[in-house]
Design a binder for this molecule. Structure first.
Ligand SMILES: Cc1ncc(COP(=O)(O)O)c(C=O)c1O
Ligand SMILES: [Zn+2]
Length: 408
């Protein structure tokens, strides 16, 4: 099927339409803008996509950047979809898969959105880009900005981002502004700058970020078909919005016939969307705390969109404790060899809880999105107790190993 009308930006609040390349982030009414895919200029098919390299731009007909734009890429996406049989068994699931987004160039799913948004930023002639971040957006934006020759400015919560992520910002030589008050305060800075013409905001309020991030859904069904459940950790709710947008587009194009259910997982100490899902009323949280710093967000920008996804997909939302998150992080590492950061482990903790509650059935096909790499947060990894034996010399080390092997 070929759609045939101009692509544009559309306000989700009042329906007003703007030209696709109008450089807008918000509508005049304050509503969020969405890229509306109304024109697909080739007969798209799985065959066509699969004739190409497995990365974000495999699906380029569905990412409406101008044809003459120079794509800024580090070959993001194309991440492994790993069958997790051992972990699945421990969760009483026969078909559990992990989409390992930590395999992206800067170690998180944010690279999918950044390749597209920085491509647009460069095309629009922007010189500087800015984002508020719990760490992964900033790492990714800094890398892609440098690749495109743009100046990266990062606004992060003071003492609120994991060391690996801070290190990436420094490595790329970004300007780092640390604000008191957590991510939600950092986000206010971006809202203030949204209409400033000198600097281009690259948070997920930027509609082009969503265009890139939606490819995670494309890849899952490209490799596996449509699962019964997709499970993901939710902070600002840009990723759940993106996943769903992508899947609905595939259905509109006739490339898939049905949609999965979506399970949104938040940390207990930062769970406004989960509470809104269950109570029918959204209340932003001012004091948020969790070990999973990437999802330590009390007032998610996309909360309304997230609730719509849960409703449309007949999905579910639940929260998990920090202890459950840490246990899931260890389980994934020790049963499957997969190292993910705490926020990503929340999705596994969420699967466990959903199975226990009878929300997910044992025979359903489940894909958990592991959004970021374990190396992002070395402090959490270093907090785990294991057998660490300090010995004086090589001989003592050999003896210790021999004793260990003997005792099985
Ligand atoms: C590792 C990781 N997981 C999950 C999320 C949550 O994504 P979103 O804010 O799009 O809901 C983030 C966001 O920063 C993240 O870095
Ligand atoms: Zn509007």
């Amino acid at each position: 099927m070929v759609l045939d009308a101009p692509n544009l930006l559309i306000c989700e609040k009042c329906g007003r339409e703007y030209e696709l390349l109008s450089r807008r982030i918000f509508c005049d009414c304050g509503g969020l803008l969405r890229v509306e895919l109304r024109s697909v200029d080739a007969e798209v098919s799985w065959e066509l996509f699969r004739s190409r390299k497995f990365y974000v731009w495999r699906y380029r007909e569905l990412i409406p950047v101008p044809k003459d734009a120079e794509v800024v890429t580090l070959y993001e996406g194309g991440t492994p979809l790993i069958r997790a049989s051992n972990l699945g068994r421990s969760l009483r699931l026969t078909n559990l898969y992990v989409k390992f987004e930590g395999a992206n160039p800067t170690g998180s799913f944010k690279d999918r959105g950044m390749t597209v948004a920085i491509t647009i930023a460069k095309y629009l002639g922007v010189r500087a880009v800015v984002c508020a971040s719990t760490g992964n957006t900033s790492s990714s934006m800094a890398a892609y900005a440098r690749r495109a020759g743009l100046k990266p400015i990062l606004v992060v919560p003071k003492n609120g981002i994991a060391k690996g992520k801070m290190g990436q910002g420094l490595l790329y030589g970004a300007t780092v502004i640390e604000v008191e008050g957590g991510f939600d305060t950092a986000m206010k800075v971006i809202m203030e700058l949204a209409n400033d013409l000198k600097v281009y905001p690259l948070n997920s309020v930027n509609p082009w970020r969503i265009e890139g991030q939606k490819t995670v859904g494309y890849e899952i069904v490209d490799e596996l078909g449509v699962p019964d459940w997709v499970v993901l950790p939710v902070g600002n709710a840009g990723n759940i919005t993106s996943l769903w947008k992508g899947l609905k587009e595939l259905r509109a194009l006739g490339l898939i016939k049905r949609l999965p259910k979506v399970l949104a997982v938040q940390a207990e100490g930062a769970s406004p969307i989960v509470k809104a899902f269950h109570n029918g009323k959204y209340v932003p949280e001012t004091k948020v705390e969790t070990i999973a710093s990437a999802i330590r967000i009390g007032n998610p920008v996309h909360w309304e969109r997230a609730l719509r996804v849960l409703n449309e997909s007949r999905g579910y939302a639940l929260s998990v404790s920090d202890l459950e998150i840490l246990n899931a992080q260890k389980d994934l590492a020790r049963l499957e060899g997969l190292g993910v950061e705490p926020a990503s482990a929340a999705s596994i903790a969420g699967v466990r809880k959903a199975v226990d509650l009878g929300i997910i059935r044992g025979d359903e096909v489940v894909v958990a999105i592991a959004t970021g790499h374990a190396l992002k947060d070395p402090d959490v990894m270093l907090s785990y107790e294991v057998d660490r034996v300090v010995v004086a010399d090589a001989e003592a080390a050999v003896k210790t190993i021999e004793k260990l092997v003997m005792s099985g």
